[in-house]
Design a protein around this ligand. Structure first.
Ligand code: M6R
Length: 597
């Protein structure tokens, strides 16, 4: 997703802006640019592709100035070209934008007399602001008048010719933080971007706009009233971006899982969760992508452990389907970033209807966290790799705790069984460590996997969503087509794909349905299919013969096995991507946080 930075500094800002943009690279982007004010004059440099290209452009054609704004663009309206890259400039105004201006066609029509240069929705913001200035409004008032005309979602930063001590920042739908320095001020999409410059941060709230100068910030709410927003001190570790000796953030995050899961579980062991599942008639779980698969696993837990009906929905479908929502439902929204536009919109849709709106998020100051009645942090720490790994793990950790809580409150499991499940959870970080030790064994098969044109993942019960998550991880970072199926569904269609060029990865701990999954595996092998069985020692003993590969995981209570089997799923994707030589941490076309529809 696009990233925004702004600096009113005491030194040359071009290198500072580029460094700050580097810290936003993890969000995904396909072009970048900066604008500065020098001797009252606005100027900008932009480049397509990685930030190195922008740095090169700046070496050949430096940009001076102590005030500036910068942007990494993830193309939505118009391809990734230099012309479409931000900052957009119209006369005396330069603008960087994250989000979508939904009424940009109307605005363009209204401004048809002006000279538009790009295919973007964002340029309308700069043109509109310049139009207001042409009509006599000074910069601050022109920016505020512009905001009034915009529909859609945005984080915006405006920079003005002749104004070396002003950035106007605004937030509606996309987060924006103001950083406080010593005689310097900053603007950033998140605290991570601002990390090296300051750890004193004020988050704008929905509808806020701010006049930022070197001496401070004046924030107004959506109605234009002066607003007091808390200044927070951000702990250094939550803005640190280092790979900890790994080649990629994704690898670091996979290997962090025992520690972050253990931290998360200890937090929820000690914490009283203020939720009463005795009065609720169903659980509604809504999310996107990997977070949606975490919800799909949790459905098995809520239904099997707590005898509680559970609907799982993809947020982009849920928000428009207008399905009935029981007033007694507990609606749970799961999101790593807490800013996913569809999940946030679904939360807002359900807020008036369900008894209780709960969020399970990684970023505590995010919109989804703030707008829920109860927010449960997953405590995974900053996740930089676009492919979500440790956040998935900790989403499962929190949801498992909730399902056990629901089961105890509703009397559907005995205290003994609840303790057994908690004991299994507590043992999982150790088991995950054992699974991580299988890395070399996994890597030894991924060269061959990387040659595949298509890969199927199969699983039953809670391993079915794990199969879908395994397929998502593989396609995201290796660009190999992959699908996750319920094992029993194989013969209803996907079996037509089977030949010796389509590897089939089967997640199957030795559980009550193991024999059925083995039958499905046999159907694949009978058609010359290559099966990679991921199971435990009992499963390998019973069904490991004749497979292309068999990986033995530690023994674990099958109902909680998805937390353990997530590890081979992630490592398979990671090592296959290494063979393919793809950009693991910033795979093509993907953004870390999807703040547009
Ligand atoms: O920030 P969120 O958890 O709401 O993001 C949801 C999805 O966009 C995200 O899980 C996406 O599917 C990841 N790239 C998966 O690895």
């Amino acid at each position: 997703m696009c990233g925004i930075v702004g600096v009113l500094g005491n030194h040359e800002v071009a290198p500072i802006l580029v460094e700050a943009l580097k810290r936003l690279e993890y969000r995904g982007y396909d072009s970048a640019g900066i604008a500065t004010v020098q001797d009252g004059r606005l100027d900008r440099r932009r480049a397509v592709g990685k930030l190195a290209n922008l740095s090169d452009a700046l070496v050949h054609d430096p940009l001076a100035g102590k005030s500036g704004i910068g942007h990494t663009r993830w193309a939505t309206h118009g391809g990734p070209t230099v012309t479409n890259a931000h900052p957009h400039q119209a006369g005396r105004v330069a603008v960087v934008h994250n989000g979508i201006i939904e009424n940009y066609r109307d605005l363009r029509a209204r401004l048809a007399h002006r000279d538009f240069h790009t295919e973007t929705d964002s340029e309308t913001v700069a043109q509109l602001c310049e139009e207001h200035m042409d009509q006599g409004l000074p910069p601050r008032e022109a920016a505020v008048a512009t905001l009034k005309d915009l529909d859609g979602a945005y984080a915006l930063a405006f920079l003005f010719q002749g104004e070396a001590d002003l950035i106007v920042a605004a937030r509606k739908g996309s987060p924006l933080a103001i950083g406080h320095g010593d005689g310097e001020m900053f603007v950033g999409s998140d605290a991570i971007a601002l990390g090296p410059m300051t750890n004193s941060v004020t988050y704008l709230e929905e509808g806020d706009y701010a006049f930022v100068t070197r001496s401070g910030v004046e924030i107004h709410d959506a109605e234009g009233r002066l607003a007091n927003r808390e200044m927070r001190t951000i702990p250094a570790q939550s803005t640190q971006l280092d790979k900890g000796g790994h080649k990629h953030f994704m690898a670091k995050e996979i290997f962090e899982q025992p520690v972050v899961l253990s931290d998360c579980l200890s937090h929820y062991t000690g914490a009283e969760i203020e939720l009463d599942f005795t009065q609720t008639d169903r659980v509604v779980l809504v999310a996107c992508g990997t977070a949606h698969y975490a919800c799909a696993v949790a459905k098995y837990w809520f239904e099997q452990m707590a005898d509680l009906p559970c609907d799982v929905d993809i947020a982009s479908e849920y928000r428009y389907r207008e399905g009935p929502v029981s007033p007694n439902a507990t609606a749970i929204f799961v999101s790593q970033s807490g800013e996913t536009a569809d999940t946030l919109a679904a939360l807002r849709y359900v807020k008036e209807k369900a008894a209780r709106v709960v969020s399970v998020v990684n970023v505590p100051e995010s919109s989804i966290s703030r707008e829920a009645d109860l927010s449960l942090p997953i405590l995974a720490g900053v996740e930089v790799g676009v492919a979500s790994t440790k956040a998935f793990m900790n989403q499962l950790g929190v949801l498992a705790n909730l399902a056990i809580l629901a089961a105890r409150q509703r009397g559907t499991i005995t205290p003994g069984r609840a303790e057994e499940l908690r004991e299994t959870l507590r043992a999982l970080p150790g088991l995950i460590n054992q699974a991580l030790a299988c890395e070399d064994q996994i890597a030894s098969h991924t060269a061959e996997l990387s040659e595949a044109r298509s890969v199927l993942f199969l699983g039953r019960g809670p391993m079915f969503p794990m199969a879908m998550e395994g397929a998502l991880k593989l396609k995201e970072i290796s660009y190999i087509h992959a699908e996750g199926y319920a094992s029993g569904e194989l013969k209803h269609g996907p079996i037509a794909l089977i030949d010796n060029a389509v590897p089939v990865i089967v997640f199957a701990p030795r559980d009550a349905l193991f024999d059925k999954t083995v039958s499905n595996m046999q159907e694949v092998m009978a058609r010359d299919g290559k099966v990679w069985l991921i199971t435990d020692a009992d499963g390998a003993r019973e069904a490991g013969d004749g497979t292309w590969a068999t990986l033995v995981m530690p023994q674990v209570d099958p109902i909680l096995a998805p937390l353990l089997y997530a590890v081979p799923a992630q490592l398979i994707a990671y090592h296959t991507a290494l063979h393919k030589g793809t950009d693991v941490d910033q795979p093509r076309n993907l953004a870390k946080s999807v703040t547009v529809e």
